[in-house]
Ligand binder design. Structure first.
Ligand code: HXC
Length: 283
């Protein structure tokens, strides 16, 4: 049967597609994750963001809430993704205050530049703990709620499905990146973790995918990791798409993966980098 036009235009990237959905996001203070959450709120979702800094997290939640009149966005500070207990408490608060959890974004990350010769075992572990263990903790705490939501609202023509998780990774580990041993190892693990969630939770109605941003302008990651751009210089011209990424590029990929359009996309890595890693053009 050919696709009917009204069916095709029915449910994708339209005002209200995420109405009554709730998204939980670690690292929700950050430039990338806050843009991901904001896009979902624009399109009807309510949200819970968690972060380490109380003031910043609560402030960001208030700011995101202005995206849509009537939205509910809560910010829970003093949450360290390295602590399962801390995450479980935050997840419980999210479900209590917002009633459910349909989507999760494991976005919290930590990074700095250091040659391996200067990287202490503790520094390596700090990044593994935040990026990889933190992603595991987020998935582990959220999955029971996501499975419940997926059962209540499975893939159907009439409703946007529930029960989805996105891990925010990177492209650093595809070819290897100097000064990034810790993050390279952690993000390779994050990609593998997402595959495992797909394999074990796919049969329960969950989709698990990775978004791998390339260099994204105006982010803390770029401030920490990239060389300073001098006026008149365009260090991004070697990227096949000819520009540095924007947070909206990652928000768009997020909307896609949580929408009806991605019902059969599971266990995938969606690289959003303008083709940068293929030219080994890092930040
Ligand atoms: C060498 C360093 C270091 C540096 C910290 N360490 N900074 N070593 N060079 N610049 C070492 C410390 O000396 C210590 O080891 C160990 O790391 C732990 O440091 P703490 O400060 O105690 O840890 P903590 O407070 O938990 O901080 C975690 C952190 C920090 C990752 C180290 O940078 C952080 O909190 N970052 C969060 C915000 C962030 O990084 N955002 C950007 C994410 S961007 P010793 O041996 O002294 O005990 C991103 C994008 C990636 O992830 C993709 C890019 C394309």
């Amino acid at each position: 049967m050919p696709l009917d036009r009204s069916e095709y235009l029915s449910n994708i990237f339209k005002d209200g597609i995420f109405k009554d959905k709730v998204v939980f996001c670690t690292g929700g203070n950050g430039s990338i994750c806050s843009a991901q959450v904001r896009a979902l709120v624009h399109l009807g979702a309510n949200a819970c963001i968690v972060g380490r800094n109380v003031e910043k997290t609560e402030g960001m939640a208030k700011d995101i809430a202005t995206a849509r009149l009537g939205s509910k966005v809560i910010g829970i500070g003093a949450v360290d993704v390295r602590s399962m207990e801390s995450l479980e408490k935050a997840v419980a608060t999210c479900v209590k205050e917002l009633g459910r959890m349909d989507f999760a974004i494991a976005g919290a990350a930590g990074n700095f530049l250091a040659p391996m010769s200067q990287l202490s075992a503790n520094a390596f572990k700090a990044v593994i703990d935040i990026d990889l263990v933190g992603s595991y903790n987020c998935a582990k705490a959220c999955l029971p709620h996501l499975v419940k939501a997926a059962k209540e609202c499975p893939t159907a023509k009439t409703a946007t499905p529930s029960g989805r998780i996105i891990f925010v990774s990177a492209t650093l580990h595809y070819q290897g990146t100097a000064l990034q041993t810790h993050a390279v190892a952690a993000k390779a693990g994050v990609d593998a973790l997402s595959s495992q969630v797909c394999i074990e939770y796919g049969p329960l109605g969950i989709t698990s995918n990775v978004i791998s941003p390339g260099p994204i302008g105006g982010t803390e990651g770029m401030d920490r990791l990239a060389k300073k751009v001098q006026p008149g210089e365009n260090p991004w011209k070697a990227i096949p798409s000819g520009r540095i990424g924007a947070v909206k590029d990652i928000a768009d990929a997020t909307v896609y993966l949580f929408s009806d359009a991605a019902n059969y996309t599971n266990g995938e890595v969606l690289v959003v980098d303008g083709g940068a890693w293929r030219t080994a053009h890092g930040p």
